[in-house]
Design a binder for this molecule. Structure first.
Ligand code: ZN
Length: 141
């Protein structure tokens, strides 16, 4: 996968499927769901349904279905990573540039975790009995 999973998840969280599909299809509320004319096949009575609870859609006419990413892939004729980018831009999220960006992100995270560990270790040493000298030294300074 081209992008970090966490990033893709945040794109998904920021993309409300009702709002997204509503910008392509006129949706009408039907109970807790929404219905409209299917954008993937021609029909006169709406069999296209959007489910806010599961953030998914399904057409009872042509059986097209999926999530926000699938919808964008089909509507905009995009591959999966491009659909993710499309929704990220739509949600105002920054798109990670490439593998290098990702590697750097992970390095920074690891370094940060390492620093926290180191800080914890030093504090433990200072509080321990054998750290008295060090403690005295610090106090005298
Ligand atoms: Zn359909």
């Amino acid at each position: 996968m081209k992008y970090p999973r966490e990033w893709i998840d945040s794109v998904r969280e920021r993309s409300d499927i009702v709002e997204l599909i509503g910008s392509y299809v006129t949706l009408r509320r039907a109970g807790s769901n929404y219905t409209g004319l299917c954008p993937f096949h021609s029909e006169r009575t709406p069999s296209f349904t959007v489910f806010p609870d599961t953030q998914s859609f399904f057409c009872f006419g042509c059986e097209a279905g999926g999530d926000a990413f699938t919808f964008v892939m089909r509507s905009e004729n995009l591959e999966y990573p491009e659909a993710v980018e499309f929704l990220a831009k739509r949600a105002g999220l920054e798109v990670p540039e490439d593998e290098e960006y990702r590697a750097q992100y992970e390095r920074t995270e690891r370094l940060y975790a390492l620093c926290k560990d180191a800080a914890r270790w030093f504090r433990k040493q200072l509080l321990a009995d054998c750290g008295r000298e060090a403690r005295d030294y610090i106090v005298k300074r």
